[in-house]
Design a protein around this ligand. Structure first.
Ligand SMILES: CC(C)(COP(=O)(O)OP(=O)(O)OC[C@H]1O[C@@H](n2cnc3c(N)ncnc32)[C@H](O)[C@@H]1OP(=O)(O)O)[C@@H](O)C(=O)NCCC(=O)NCCS
Length: 339
């Protein structure tokens, strides 16, 4: 007997987005002394003016729950309507059980599918692609996709290459079945030849009692800034063009560009290489949010929609890229204005 799947193939869309930024704003001036830098240099090289860092007693899951509650309410749903939780993060401080199960527990939705996704700054776009495919194939109905990070716990404040870049926050979207195609084909891939360009070391095993390593430092994020910059500018632009083409669109059909917020110069370079028309609204949330890895796209989406409500329901190009090196992106119809 042939395997059957009676679920109808259907479409999906982002029904709503929610965001949470921890209250503490950290200006460049607070970081520059330890790395012999300046507010001017950081703004010029990255676009970052300020970022948010969570309080010591505020966890990555705390932030994720807040963003999720907003997204679910804006979608006109209640938590019990969610049947799948996908949590993209690299900073949940437990190997197991997952951050997704903590969120499900705190939302009171026992029984749902729940798992974490480790694709660093591309994690949110991987999650959106996965949620879309799960809904289309009948494996899920209403999917909560979260990107949340508390990277401030894993930053070396004396590292000139990273201390001023990374930040904390949470974003979430609810993805639901829809009549029309609200999420285009996801392009996802990697360049594992550059696997060491961004990393968090040492490993857990290095801390095992009996390990030969002595004088172990707390694991922090490291990166080869120039290598990552060049890769993002050249390789990710090609990915962006592929995403638009795979969706049967041209740059003129895109209303908003919401890339991972890594560096404002990378964002500008990508927009130029992809020949996005000047009418395209470009998310520049990095200026006041910094690089929040998996959280950056939903945070930037929320901020852009707040600033430009006319973008609700319009096409946006999302592209995430980061440690691995990995990338993923898709064209989505931005969620409708919440009722
Ligand atoms: C990190 C980054 C801002 C550094 O900028 P850069 O222009 O590549 O810096 P370089 O390391 O080439 O150094 C250039 C100069 O700035 C200086 N410099 C480096 N870091 C500095 C800092 N934090 N403050 C002030 N000066 C700094 C260097 O000493 C060097 O000076 P010199 O020309 O007198 O020798 C940049 O490489 C970057 O943004 N890369 C991408 C990172 C990223 O997006 N990561 C996340 C991906 S998900």
């Amino acid at each position: 007997m042939a395997i059957q799947n009676n679920a109808p193939v259907r479409n999906a869309r982002i029904a709503a987005v929610g965001a949470y930024r921890p209250p503490r704003v950290v200006p460049n001036s607070e970081l520059v002394e330890r790395i012999d830098s300046s507010d001017e240099w950081i703004q010029q090289r990255t676009g970052i003016q300020t970022r948010h860092w969570a309080a010591a007693d505020e966890s990555v899951a705390d932030m994720a729950v807040k963003a999720s509650v907003t997204a679910i309410a804006r979608a006109g749903l209640v938590a019990s309507d969610i049947d799948t939780v996908i949590f993209a993060t690299i900073t949940y401080p437990y190997q197991t059980p997952s951050a997704a199960t903590e969120v499900a527990q705190r939302l009171g939705i026992n029984g749902v599918a729940a798992f974490d996704l480790s694709a660093a700054c591309a994690g949110f776009s991987y999650g959106v692609g996965l949620a879309n495919d799960m809904i289309r194939s009948g494996s899920a109905n209403n999917v909560l996709v979260i990107g949340a990070e508390k990277i401030s716990d894993f930053i070396d404040l004396d590292d000139r290459a990273t201390s001023f870049i990374f930040a904390d926050g949470a974003g979430a979207v609810v993805i639901t079945p829809s009549a029309e195609i609200g999420i285009g084909p996801t392009v996802m891939g990697s360049d594992v030849e550059n696997r060491e360009a961004i990393s968090m070391v040492p490993s857990w095993i290095d801390y095992k009692p009996g390990s030969n390593l002595t004088d172990l430092a707390w694991p922090v994020i490291h990166q080869e800034g120039q290598k990552v910059f060049r890769w993002a500018v050249y390789e990710v632009a090609k990915v962006g063009k592929q995403i638009i083409e795979n969706s049967g669109l041209t740059p003129a059909d895109i209303a908003a560009f919401i890339p991972h917020q890594a560096n404002e110069r990378i964002i500008d370079s990508l927009a130029k290489s992809m020949e996005l028309p000047e009418t395209v609204m470009i998310a520049r949330d990095i200026r006041t949010t910094g690089n929040t890895s998996a959280a950056s796209i939903p945070l930037a989406m929320d901020a852009l929609l707040a600033e430009h409500p006319e973008l609700h329901g319009k096409n946006a190009l999302l592209i995430g890229f980061g440690a691995g090196l990995v990338y993923a992106g898709q064209v989505v119809e931005l969620p409708p204005q919440p009722k």
